[in-house]
Ligand binder design. Sequence first.
Ligand code: FDA
Length: 308
Amino acid sequence: MLKALLISLSENRRMRSIAEHSAIGKRVSGRFVAGTSIADAISVAQNVNRVGATVSIDNLGENVTNADEARHSAQLYNNILDEIGARGLQANVSVKLTHLGLDVDANLARELASNLVAKAASMNPRNFVRIDMEGSPYTQRTLDFVHELHRQPGHAGVVGAVIQSYLHRSEQDIANLIADGIRVRLCKGAYKEPPDIAYQKKSEVDQNYVKLMKMLLKSGIYHGIATHDPRMIEETMSFSAREKISRDAFEFQMLYGVRRDLQMKLVREGWRMRVYVPFGEEWYPYLMRRLAERPANLLFIVKNMLRG
Ligand code: FDA
């Protein structure tokens, strides 16, 4: 119940405005968000690289409501890629299509996403754009975009998708992505979805996760296994060992600030680890989704608030 409440709070505009403008809010969000500027994200990325993990930088923001905001967001991503290139960081970018204006004008979002992928493709070494997956009203459109972007000349291998194991449709979606040679990040899914399209029980979501993970690892394409769940990680490790799949053939991915102990353990053991580093002014919905995943994190927030 608390989980559902937190997810609905994540969509509450008034709460969001209050939180994002408060000093306490900014301090508390620091546990899961790198800061508000590109410089903050780059500095965190450097620290993460130093301890042996790679990074995906996400500029927080979604559902922009006009073309200027979409263009502004695309420009910011261009600047991030420039910084990554200039500093030789082991980092790529993650972007949401609604942040590039999908709700405003699909053609504009297409053009901005395509330019961003072209920019990543032109870098030396080539960079990579991960298109994050949003709620189910966007699933089909997002996958169509990724297939289309990937087919454009010079873009093969430079753009990838995200699949959520809570959706019933995901097995077919993964088969289609593999058929086109597209890199996938597999996660469980962070939105509230109805039972006719999504598994509701954790045991079912997990079971599907393991099934999809196996499809991905067997595909010979470089994918991301994004989870903090020790059981999913164990299953991945033992499957890769059984199938003699090299540790370089895929990567684990986790969120900045979540299970840092486990992130470090995997790096020490020689597994590839990518940390998803979000930054930006619009951190509220992101933070609330993280709290919904683990309401125990609320304790951490309250402690921080009491600290004054
Ligand atoms: P699950 O939620 O079942 O938790 C298993 C265990 O992990 C918990 O018992 C706890 O130990 C630990 N844990 C999980 N969340 C925690 C938290 N917030 N704080 C502390 N411990 C925690 N979703 C989406 O819909 N679209 C997307 O594009 C992405 N992108 C993405 C990128 C990356 C790199 C990651 C890691 C995740 C995403 N997600 C996402 C979010 C994902 O769908 C999912 O909501 C979270 O990863 C939580 O699911 P877990 O697999 O971690 O397991």
